[in-house]
Design a protein around this ligand. Structure first.
Ligand SMILES: [Zn+2]
Ligand SMILES: [Zn+2]
Length: 247
């Protein structure tokens, strides 16, 4: 991690947009096998005893577990963010069948993805030793979270009523705001435009929960160095989405 000293102009800019400052949480991981209840990238998720591993709606193969977040293991301030329980994101990375492209998995609600929140109190956990996923990613257990400040990008600031000059927009980008890499909450690092999905039930904009960036904790690239965002409808918490964009 590089520590950058802020110049007075940079400080002035951050003061100007301070009302939009949010805390983002960066996962600190350890490469090891966790329990089915741990927050983690890849590995064995919490599944019910009588349940099969979630399969892709196109190729029918077991999908990768991209991330699992146990609300009890999140920072205290973020524990209720998706309503409690264990959030799971499954995503098919089968290139032979080209599921990502065929199912347009860059858009929300693709059939080669599954997002859900499991209530651990209602599940008798299945015990699996080996992942059935072909070429499963290496498991990384999230052992803690580091808090960092986060700010919206210039386009989002513009929608919020703050217009930045080109120089200020560049300054923000150079300071890595919004933060790139995997993170919980904060502001999405949009690659294209602002793309909060609409809830299919109420059409409200879905709330940003988690960012999965190309080749950060998962050895996976979304298109050409794209960035994926997990979102949820505040009124319909069962409506969860992953979507991504690249240059
Ligand atoms: Zn598939
Ligand atoms: Zn909704």
């Amino acid at each position: 991690m590089t520590l950058k000293i802020q110049t007075p102009t940079e400080q002035h800019l951050l003061e100007r947009i301070s009302q939009f400052k949010k805390t983002t949480w960066l996962p600190v991981v350890e490469k090891r096998t966790g329990t089915v209840l741990n927050s983690k990238f890849s590995g064995i998720p919490l599944l019910a005893e009588n349940e099969a591993w979630p399969c892709c709606g196109l190729c029918q193969q077991e999908m990768q577990l991209f991330v699992q977040l146990n609300s009890n293991e999140l920072p205290v301030e973020a524990q209720q963010i998706f309503g409690g329980g264990v959030l799971q994101v499954f995503y098919c990375t089968n290139d032979e069948q080209g599921c990502e492209v065929e199912c347009e998995a860059y858009f929300p609600f693709a059939k080669s993805t599954l997002l859900r929140v499991v209530d651990p109190a209602k599940v008798v956990a299945k015990t699996l030793v080996v992942s059935p996923v072909i070429d499963a990613f290496e498991e990384k257990v999230i052992i803690t979270w580091h808090a960092a400040d986060d700010y919206p990008n210039c386009e989002e600031l513009d929608e919020l009523g703050v217009e930045l000059s080109d120089k200020e927009a560049e300054m923000l980008y150079e300071q890595d705001f919004p933060k790139t890499g995997d993170k919980l909450l904060g502001w999405p690092a949009w690659v294209q435009g602002i793309e909060y999905p609409e809830c299919p039930v109420c059409s409200d904009s879905m709330k940003f929960i988690f960012q999965i960036d190309s080749e950060d904790n998962l050895d996976y690239m979304f298109g050409d160095v794209g960035c994926a965002h997990i979102t949820q409808c505040e009124k319909h918490p069962e409506r969860l989405a992953i979507a991504w964009a690249c240059c």
